[in-house]
Design a protein around this ligand. Structure first.
Ligand SMILES: NC(=O)c1ccc[n+]([C@@H]2O[C@H](COP(=O)([O-])OP(=O)(O)OC[C@H]3O[C@@H](n4cnc5c(N)ncnc54)[C@H](OP(=O)(O)O)[C@@H]3O)[C@@H](O)[C@H]2O)c1
Length: 242
């Protein structure tokens, strides 16, 4: 049966890959972002609808739901930032911006979609995005770690509040090759050094993360809620000494 899935950040590296996989399974997807040209291939597919919107602008979530319609089976919030800097350099506006984009946006997106998700028939599923940086300490990550830690807390609270009708989980990727990570992967040397810090000796690819999101959205994951699932090449939990 075809399902309707809403993806904020649906034109991004990970969000667009989730869209492609869902469409290949017969689902209908609504992709939200500011620029439709970013993932023109997926935006132009049958069963894909692009909705233009900035998650930091007022009223955007209600406007998106007006375009999606009254019923929804799943929601993904794959908008995020990697704003690195020492505490000395970070200002209140950095913390506020990262919190708004990563955490508050996720909460407001879910709030606006609740009625539609409850009409989705079988239990609906929500997938949010935390990060390895909320599980493991890295220097220069104060703002993004704080924002992603909030997403992990939000995931647990909403999973409890919305059970059993709606499942809520989050993914916690490590560095994944998408436009978001480009600033950190500016040279072959930097890319190699960052890959080597992972016990599985490579960086993530969008499909590594997208397959997990598609599973969490599926009925096969119907007994899984309130989980922060790591997809990080072992970065958060393994010390191999190599
Ligand atoms: N890539 C990594 O290394 C990594 C690591 C840990 C966690 N994550 C998390 O994984 C999720 C997906 O990241 P990604 O790597 O796929 O990032 P990405 O390629 O940069 O995609 C981000 C998406 O969010 C949209 N977006 C950004 N700002 C927006 C705004 N103000 N309003 C509406 N849409 C906005 C972008 O489209 P427009 O610019 O057109 O709006 C794009 O569709 C994020 O939550 C990220 O924090 C990623």
């Amino acid at each position: 049966m075809s399902r309707k899935i809403l993806i904020y950040g649906g034109t991004g590296g990970i969000g667009s890959e989730i869209g492609r996989l869902l469409i290949s399974r017969g689902d209908e997807v609504f992709l939200v972002g500011r620029h439709s040209n970013k993932a023109a291939d997926v935006v132009s597919m049958d069963r894909a609808h692009f909705i233009s919107g900035d998650v930091t602008s007022e009223g955007v979530f209600d406007k998106v739901m007006e375009e999606v319609g009254p019923q929804l089976n799943g929601l993904v919030y794959a908008v995020g930032s990697i704003n690195l800097g020492s505490l000395r350099r970070l200002g209140a506006e950095d913390f506020t911006r990262d919190f708004e984009l990563n955490a508050m946006g996720a909460a407001l997106a879910v709030k606006a979609a609740l009625t539609a998700l409850k009409k989705g028939g079988e239990a609906a599923s929500i997938v949010l995005f935390s990060s390895v940086a909320a599980l493991h300490g890295f220097p220069l990550h104060a703002s993004v770690s704080m924002a992603k830690g909030a997403v992990s807390g939000l995931t647990l609270a909403l999973a409890a509040e919305l059970a059993p009708r709606i499942r809520v989980n989050a993914l916690a990727p490590s560095l994944t090759k998408t436009p978001l990570a480009e600033q950190l992967l500016s040279s072959a040397e930097a890319t190699e050094a960052l890959a080597a810090q992972h016990p599985l000796k490579r960086l993530g690819l969008p499909e590594d993360i997208a397959h997990l999101a598609v599973f969490l959205l599926s009925p096969e994951a119907s007994w899984i809620s309130g989980q922060i699932v790591s997809a990080d090449g072992g970065r958060s939990s393994l010390q191999t000494g190599r």
